[in-house]
Structures are given as structure tokens and as C-alpha cells.
Design a protein around this ligand. Structure first.
Ligand SMILES: CC(C)(COP(=O)(O)OP(=O)(O)OC[C@H]1O[C@@H](n2cnc3c(N)ncnc32)[C@H](O)[C@@H]1OP(=O)(O)O)[C@@H](O)C(=O)NCCC(=O)NCCS
Length: 382
């Protein structure tokens, strides 16, 4: 079998439109005026014995790691034509993409898998905890709204930027959105957006589709202060007055699980994200240390041998220095490294779970300080 992969060129456009139409749109043609592939994405095509049979695209992102920022390729719309499946085309395409995206400067990649086991083969691992909370109206806490609440239009998305950035910097994995990204995030039908505080300390949006007693899903709920959270949850409770359960997402350090959990509330992990480090030394350099120390680390990565090292990592308040080393104090696979890089599960948890081999206690303490725990959640879908 002969495989060939490349970025989509003008001559590939019809082929990738056909592939995505078959795999994602029940074969219905993509309208001539519809921008597919999208100009704000990078798209790729794969050939099996000279015939186009596969496609995927990436959403270029900058994501947070606390105060640090990582470049991240959001891998989307992975598709292999039915007649080309089970010939390793999809696997070879994903393997090829790792080196190609790394060469383009992406330090990490992220995706929502149809089956995690497929992407796990290429070094991706479930990272972060997106908790979906489904709370019946009579279990919603009766919180005091202390901030003014107002309705915000999608064009006023810039008002949401401040709490979103604070929320994103306190955690990991969040996409640093620009104005056009907000409009994409709201979706095709503009939702009702509520903001608490002036300047805004929290916001939430809901579509209000459905009728009396139907569950009420929240599109996104973000806060930067406790008063913002409490005022916004009180607002959502008021919106839910003639509806069923209120459904929303929180990261693992969200206030609901910390202080408001009650019988009858259902919590589950929902739409989990897989991350994969593509450029180990540069990703480490993007971290913003809160202390100083040094360690040597070896990262097993059969797909990207340039990541293996071992690496000597020296860090302080002025940054992180990474250079080749001969031996390692810690050894772990690329999947565990990707998790520890983002911070959830943290290096500490991975050590407890036996996912990391430690040969030196002091060096391991230093690594735990740099790769500190961080609730991780990506709130954009692609
Ligand atoms: C998923 C997809 C891209 C795989 O492409 P492919 O070219 O058929 O994949 P490959 O031939 O390289 O690999 C197939 C392997 O994946 C396994 N696999 C296929 N479908 C699977 C599934 N639903 N669950 C688990 N494993 C699966 C096969 O058993 C095979 O394993 P093997 O290598 O041990 O034999 C393709 O099936 C597809 O386009 N599916 C529909 C769209 C989709 O779901 N995309 C993913 C969105 S994230």
C-alpha cells in the first residue's frame, strides 16, 4: 500500500469536500458557497495508492498552562472514506501528522476522540477533567446575587474576555480566544448571554431552546471571582425556574463540587479532551516557574524520537533552560509527559500511579515543582 500525505492544495479541495461530505454529512453535498476547507484552519489530505481517501484539519490555538502559553493544534474532522478504511491509512496519517505539526512549530496537539483507544496509539492521552453537573432545580443552591447582572450581545464579546482570561490563566488547556473565535464559539444561533459585575466577573450563556420542564443546558459558564460565580449561579437558577435540570460544566476545582454538591445531583466526565506533547524541550521552555531547581528527564516517544532526550532542565524565576543530558533522574512515556505538562493528572499523581520511574528524590521534587498540578479543561470544540 502506498500512502502520501500533504497540506491541501487547490487541486485537492474537491476531494476533501467529498471525503468530509461522505464521512460527516451523510453524503449530502457541501454547498458551493460554503467555505470548506475553512480559511482559519489548516487542512490535510491523505492518498492511498494515489487516490485521495483521507482528510483532517487543525484549528491553530494558543492554550494556557497557568501563566505559560503553549501552541496547540486542535485536530478535527479526521476522516477516512469507508472504502479506504482498515488499510492503515488513518493510522499512517495520524503518525505523519505528529512530525508535520511539530515541524510547523506546534508544541502540543489536542483532540476529542471518537475512540480514545485509537488515538492513544499515537501518544495522545486523556488530560484534564471536564465535569458535567446535572442539577435538579430544587437542588440548586440558594445563593445571594451580590453583583449587577445584565444581558450582553455576541458583538459585546470583548466584555467577556477579562473573566475568561483570568479563568484560563488560573488553569491549563484553555484556548486564548480572539474576537472572531468568540463568534465561532457562540455557534450558529446567538445564545442569550448574561454577565455579572462591572467590570464583568462572571458570565454564562444559554440557548433557551426547549419548553417547560425540559432540561436547560448552559453553553458556557465562567467566573473570575467567588462573587461572580455565586451571582451567575443565582441567575441561572432564576432562568431554570420553569425548566428541568440545569446542566453545565466545571473544571475539577469548580465551586459546585467543592461546596454545593447534594443528593440527587449527577456528575459525570463529559467530552474529555486528549492532549499530546509534540515538542518536549520547547514545551518545557514555555512553563512559567514559581521556584527554582533542576532535574533530568527522559520521555519515551517511539513516534517522535527527537523528544526522547534525556533533557537537563534548569528552571528559576527568569525561565526554563532545557539542554541535552546523558542520563535521566525521571523516565516516563509521552502520554504521561503530556498529562504532566498540562497538569492534570499531575506529575505527582502519575508518580503515585507508577507511571513515572524516579531515580533521584531531590530531582523528582524539583520536577514536581515545575510540572505543578493544574486543573485542565479545554472549552472550545472543533
Ligand atoms: C477512525 C478512522 C479515521 C480510522 O481510519 P482507518 O484508516 O480505517 O484506520 P486504520 O486502518 O489505520 O486503523 C484501523 C485500526 O483501528 C481500529 N479501529 C477501527 N475502528 C475502531 C473503533 N471504532 N474502535 C476501536 N478501534 C477501531 C481497527 O481495529 C484497526 O486496528 P488494528 O490496527 O489493530 O487492526 C476511520 O474509521 C473513519 O474515518 N471513521 C469515521 C470518522 C471518525 O470516526 N473519525 C474520528 C473522529 S475523532
Amino acid at each position: 500500500m502506498g500512502f502520501e500525505f500533504r497540506e491541501v492544495t487547490a487541486e485537492d479541495v474537491e476531494a476533501v469536500r467529498h471525503i468530509w461530505s461522505i464521512v460527516y454529512r451523510r453524503g449530502e453535498p457541501i454547498e458551493p458557497g460554503e467555505e470548506v476547507p475553512r480559511a482559519d484552519r489548516l487542512s490535510f489530505v491523505g492518498f492511498l495508492d494515489g487516490r485521495p481517501g483521507a482528510a483532517f484539519s487543525i484549528m491553530p490555538m494558543k492554550v494556557t498552562r497557568g501563566d505559560g502559553t503553549l501552541s496547540c493544534a486542535g485536530v478535527a474532522s479526521v476522516a477516512v472514506l469507508p472504502e479506504a478504511r482498515n488499510a492503515r491509512l488513518g493510522s499512517a496519517f495520524m503518525e505523519w501528522s505528529l512530525g508535520d505539526l511539530r515541524a510547523r512549530g506546534y508544541e502540543t496537539a489536542a483532540l476529542y476522540a471518537y475512540r480514545d483507544s485509537f488515538y492513544r496509539r499515537f501518544g495522545y492521552e486523556v488530560t484534564g477533567r471536564r465535569w458535567q453537573i446535572r442539577c435538579p432545580p430544587d437542588r440548586l443552591p440558594d445563593l445571594e446575587p451580590t453583583l449587577p447582572v445584565r444581558h450582553v450581545t455576541p458583538e459585546e464579546a470583548h466584555l467577556l474576555d477579562r473573566p475568561y482570561r483570568a479563568f484560563a490563566r488560573a488553569r491549563s488547556g484553555l484556548f486564548l480566544r480572539e474576537q472572531s473565535d468568540w463568534i465561532n464559539r457562540f455557534g450558529k444561533r446567538p445564545p442569550m448571554i448574561y454577565a455579572a459585575g462591572d467590570p464583568v466577573e462572571a458570565y454564562a450563556w444559554v440557548s433557551m431552546e426547549g419548553s417547560f420542564w425540559d432540561d436547560l443546558p448552559v453553553g458556557e459558564f465562567v467566573w473570575s471571582t467567588p462573587a461572580g460565580y455565586e451571582t451567575m449561579l443565582a441567575t441561572l437558577r432564576a432562568l431554570d425556574i420553569n425548566r428541568g435540570a440545569l446542566i453545565w460544566h466545571e473544571p475539577s476545582d469548580g465551586p459546585f463540587l467543592l461546596s454545593h454538591m447534594d443528593q440527587g445531583v449527577r456528575v459525570c466526565l463529559d467530552r474529555h479532551t486528549m492532549f499530546r506533547a509534540l515538542e518536549v524541550p520547547n514545551a518545557l521552555r514555555r512553563l512559567v516557574p514559581e521556584s527554582s531547581g533542576e532535574f533530568r528527564i527522559r520521555v519515551d516517544d517511539s513516534h517522535l524520537p527527537a523528544n526522547v532526550g534525556p533533557w537537563q532542565v534548569r528552571f528559576g524565576l527568569d525561565g526554563v533552560d532545557v539542554s541535552p543530558a546523558k542520563e535521566a533522574d525521571l523516565e516516563l512515556g509521552i502520554a504521561a509527559f503530556s498529562q504532566a505538562l498540562m497538569g492534570e493528572p499531575s506529575l505527582e499523581v502519575l508518580l503515585h500511579a507508577g507511571k513515572v520511574a524516579s531515580h533521584d528524590e531531590a530531582a523528582t521534587r524539583a520536577a514536581r515543582a515545575l510540572l505543578s498540578p493544574r486543573p485542565t479543561i479545554l472549552m472550545d470544540y472543533f
